[in-house]
Design a protein around this ligand. Structure first.
Ligand SMILES: C[S@@+](CC[C@H](N)C(=O)[O-])C[C@H]1O[C@@H](n2cnc3c(N)ncnc32)[C@H](O)[C@@H]1O
Length: 231
């Protein structure tokens, strides 16, 4: 089995996540043991050759895919696109492996690691057609805002790996976070907001409803989609 070690000391000090060592089901454990070799990318210091995964028309990266429902559904709907998902929540990775294997997906790869480190270390420049970040942890408290994923430095990092005109798609049900994201991205002169009227776009058809989205809607939150192009 080629799972990386899960030593918390290997993660960078600044984190956008808390690693909950949630209970894993037998199915998730089994999937991690059996299917990682088909879908997993082990974290290493080596830059990836994405062509090695096959001949795909586009490459899409999803950061924080949670239980993988949406990611697997999208990968099944767009077999000509290579989807790479990054998530630190191990039971979520296990669940996603179960779903991917059940649908015999050939266009999905998973990374169980901090997305910030993965992107910085393993992705070559200008390799992505889209980065999707759906319902990132909003870190509500002001003193935690520094843990938000969407910050100028990280968006610069994303810009490095996006192709010219590649898309950064964010969805959130926490309006202050949506406003924060707009503020960050509008302040950067290498992103262009694709919203036609106002700051937000209609939900693109390709985005499927996520678990956190359902939760947000149950709580009465309005969902905002942001779509920016790298320029
Ligand atoms: C609020 S959940 C949303 C999950 C899923 N996108 C959804 O909408 O159901 C945010 C997820 O992002 C993951 N996450 C946060 N920071 C991350 C990072 N730096 N690298 C990888 N995953 C991260 C968390 O583990 C968590 O599963």
């Amino acid at each position: 089995m080629s799972l990386q070690k899960h030593n918390k000391d290997t993660y960078p000090a600044i984190r956008s996540f808390v690693r909950h060592h949630g209970r894993m089901t037998a199915g998730q454990r089994h999937a991690l043991g059996c299917y990682w070799q088909d879908y997993g990318i082990d974290f290493s210091r080596q830059v990836l050759n994405l062509k090695a995964f096959g001949d795909f028309s586009q490459v899409v990266l999803e950061i924080g895919f949670g239980n993988g429902e949406t990611l697997v559904d999208m990968a099944a709907s767009y077999p000509d696109i290579l989807f790479i998902g990054v998530e630190v929540h191990r039971p979520g990775v296990g669940r996603t492996l179960m779903l991917a294997q059940a649908r015999d997906l050939k266009n999905l790869r998973l990374v169980e690691y901090d997305a910030v480190a993965f992107i910085d270390t393993m992705l070559p420049a200008n390799c992505l057609d889209r980065v999707q970040i759906y319902f990132p942890d909003p870190w509500h408290k002001r003193r935690h805002h520094k843990r938000r994923l969407i910050q100028n430095a990280f968006c610069q990092q994303l810009h490095r790996v996006l192709k010219l005109q590649g898309l950064l798609h964010i969805a959130t049900d926490w309006f202050p976070y949506a406003e924060h994201c707009i503020k960050v991205l509008v302040s950067m002169d290498n992103y262009r907001n694709l919203a036609v009227a106002g700051d937000y776009v209609e939900k693109p058809d390709y985005r499927r409803e996520t678990k956190f989205e359902r939760r947000g809607r149950r709580l009465g939150h309005e969902v905002k989609d942001l779509l920016f192009a790298a320029t």
